[in-house]
Design a protein around this ligand. Structure first.
Ligand SMILES: Cc1cc2nc3c(=O)[nH]c(=O)nc-3n(C[C@H](O)[C@H](O)[C@H](O)COP(=O)(O)OP(=O)(O)OC[C@H]3O[C@@H](n4cnc5c(N)ncnc54)[C@H](O)[C@@H]3O)c2cc1C
Length: 256
């Protein structure tokens, strides 16, 4: 593929579907589809910046684009319907066919390496879209383990894949997203598999200080980890970016 360019496009909501009590899939299409699709590569963590208007001007929010259907000329974005606060979550909660979404991008940096012996996926709901996209491209002989944190059993979803995947759903029950150590505890208790592990670790910012150092402590090569925070409890995306800019440079991928 030729060097990818960032484009700014507008697509229209075609359908809205709740895939769990906290995940809403919004399918988009429109005249700008081809302009975007030409830049959307093979990485499964491909993301864009959604653009909303606030009193102070444009506000950007980063979202994965886990599905692109070039025949139907559609993409899908899966939103965590986290609360009334913010721009993107509330927009998704009230999205209806005909609504227009403006976004720019894409950016990306990960696709499961077919030469790895084992794939590890760790994340909360915000990373489930990108993990769905990664699971969908694993080959039938691939082996993977996923640790996924959600509210409770009713928030578990289907994860279609051809591969051998052990899925461990972790329930935060009465706790809030970003408040539990469930993912870290589960990864620490996991019996480490033989061979080379390729890891995708994304979600609330605490993962950077817990799971990341644990993996880098001789378990996974730095070049075999895609790890970054996708959001930070208690601050909006601007506040999260500010926090990131104050952290160690090495944990700052992908740029937002
Ligand atoms: C590369 C990348 C890919 C991402 N992909 C996705 C994706 O596919 N789907 C997705 O839903 N998110 C995704 N995110 C996370 C998303 O960008 C943030 O959750 C973002 O803050 C949501 O914007 P907002 O306007 O709804 O809320 P904001 O205005 O940013 O925040 C308002 C409040 O909501 C809280 N909050 C934000 N996100 C969450 C959450 N997930 N759970 C609980 N509370 C939250 C904040 O801490 C804050 O208190 C991704 C982030 C990155 C960097």
């Amino acid at each position: 593929m030729a060097k990818r360019q960032k484009v700014r496009v507008q697509l229209e909501v075609q359908r809205v579907e709740d895939i769990s009590p906290s995940l809403r899939r919004v399918v988009l299409s429109g005249e700008d589809f081809d302009t975007y699709a030409e830049q959307h590569g093979d990485d499964t963590d491909t993301y864009v910046k959604l653009i909303f208007q606030s009193d102070a001007g444009e506000v950007k929010r980063t979202y994965s684009v886990p599905f692109i259907d070039r025949e139907a000329r559609e993409i899908a974005i899966i939103f965590v319907t986290h609360a009334d606060e913010g721009f993107a979550g509330p927009w998704a909660c009230s999205a209806q066919p005909g609504d227009v979404l403006t976004f720019e991008g894409p950016g990306s940096g990960y696709r499961p390496d077919p030469t790895a012996d084992h794939h590890l996926f760790v994340g909360d709901e915000s990373a489930i879209p990108a993990i769905l996209a990664a699971l969908a491209v694993l080959s039938p002989d691939a082996r993977a383990t996923a640790f996924l944190e959600v509210d409770d059993r009713t928030h578990e979803i289907d994860l279609p894949t051809a591969a051998h995947v052990e899925v461990n759903w972790l329930h935060r029950d009465q706790m809030q997203p970003g408040e539990t150590d469930a993912l870290f505890d589960a990864v620490r208790s996991w019996e480490w598999p033989a061979g080379r592990v390729h890891a995708f670790v994304h979600g609330e910012s605490a993962l950077l200080k817990t799971v990341r150092p644990y993996l880098l402590d001789g378990r996974v090569a730095r070049s075999d980890i895609s790890v970054s925070a996708y959001w930070r409890r208690g601050v909006d995306e601007q506040g999260f970016r500010q926090w990131k800019s104050q952290q160690d440079e090495a944990v700052m991928r992908p740029e937002v």
